[in-house]
Design a protein. Structure first.
Length: 394
């Protein structure tokens, strides 16, 4: 189902005409039920009902003709606004007449007046909605004054009789108003649902963009910091490992080949990392040429194996240039592991991880280095962790 907020103006005009035809059908059902029921004939004016149904028939013809025009010219850009304005004139003209004959000071008209600007601002240009509401407001004000002053009959569709003096008439009048306003309430609910869905999707998209590095499509440094803090706050004692990958001699590559090639290498390396990791592994661009990987539920032994696989993938998957040449990129990776405990600090873990990376570089780059794994000495590798590590090797 297409989102209402993404329709063209001609398509919105077509939808408005379909809604009007549906509303006119409900009015037709109400009118025929009233004139054919002997009790209801005491509450309405049958001659007025027939006149109203005739005018509604004319309105239905106009709506059908305009609907066909909207469908015929829906691809013509120059007719979009004209089709939109014409549909609004037909719709508001019909609704104004419906409001006058059923009562200008009623629940149904009040709901329509409150909800129409909300729907209009979602679907139509703001200026068209503003001028339409000003025009409708002016006409309603004149009609209300004319009815109150006695120049026009108030609610000519119904017979004049006090509601308090006839409980049956009061019930009939009340449920008639509910019947008149129900289609509009359904429309308002549908548009509101579409708007809330769109709003929720936009919020999720904005939140996603706030967490993502635009060049590589990976999480950025702040998102990685938040993710690590969330792991520690769980306080479950479950092991997890961290790996910090640095692209070797990346500054020299940037100077020799330029920023465009350097950016392509970053993207190429990020895509290669995704190939070597599980879908549940967290990977982020942590610096200009650094990537942070979070392995949940594993110790250094498995993290070292996966990090070595990532290093080899990056080294052997060359970046091909337009001139037919290719670039080979090596990387150095530092690995540590710890537990999910609140007393641990993210900054301390990152400092320890940086030290592991520096030691790996000191040993000659293009290699993986791990600190002394505490789980090997303290026998903290759990059965659940072993199962995760076996899945990794598979």
């Amino acid at each position: 189902m297409r989102n209402l907020l993404e329709l063209k103006y001609s398509e919105i005009a077509s939808l408005l005409m379909v809604i009007l035809l549906a509303q006119l059908l409900t009015y037709l059902v109400w009118g025929l039920a009233c004139v054919s029921h002997p009790i209801y004939q005491h509450y309405i004016r049958p001659d007025v009902v027939w006149n109203v149904l005739t005018l509604y028939g004319v309105s239905a013809i106009a709506a059908t003709v305009w609907l066909s025009l909207c469908m015929s010219y829906r691809q013509e850009q120059r007719w979009q606004i004209h089709l939109c304005v014409g549909a609004l004139i037909i719709y508001f003209g019909t609704m104004l007449y419906a409001g006058y004959i059923t009562g200008l000071l009623t629940l149904a008209l009040g709901v329509v007046l409150a909800g129409t600007p909300i729907i209009g601002l979602f679907l139509f240009p703001a200026m068209i909605v503003l001028w339409s509401m000003l025009g409708v407001g002016a006409v309603l004000t004149l009609l209300t004054y004319a009815s109150v002053a006695g120049y026009l009959p108030y609610a000519p569709l119904f017979r004049e009789q006090p509601i308090s003096g006839s409980p049956d008439y009061g019930v009939f009048y009340f449920w008639s108003q509910i019947y008149f306003v129900l289609p509009f309430l359904l429309i308002l609910a549908g548009v509101g649902h579409q708007f809330l869905q769109r709003w929720t999707a936009l919020q999720a998209h904005v939140h996603h963009l706030k967490q993502i590095d635009h060049l590589t499509g990976l999480h950025h440094r702040h998102a990685a910091y938040q993710h690590l803090q969330e792991i520690l706050n769980r306080n479950t004692g479950t092991p997890f490992a961290l790996a910090l990958l640095d692209l070797d001699q990346f500054t020299a590559l940037n100077k020799q080949h330029g920023h465009a090639i350097a950016d392509r290498m970053l993207q190429h390396s990020a895509n290669t990392l995704r190939q070597g990791l599980r879908s549940e592994d967290f990977v982020a661009r942590f610096g200009a040429d650094e990537f942070l990987i979070v392995f949940e539920g594993v110790t250094c032994r498995t993290a070292l194996s996966v990090a070595e696989r990532c290093r080899q993938l990056i080294y052997h998957q060359h970046l091909f240039l337009e001139n037919g040449e290719y670039l080979r990129q090596s990387s150095t990776i530092g690995v540590i592991c710890t537990q999910s405990q609140q007393e641990h600090q993210v900054d301390h873990l990152l400092e320890e991880l940086q030290q592991a990376l520096q030691k790996a570089k000191a040993y000659g780059r293009n290699r993986v280095y791990s600190h002394d794994c505490p789980f090997l000495h303290e026998h903290l590798t759990l059965p659940t962790v072993r199962r995760v590590e076996l899945r990794y090797r598979a």
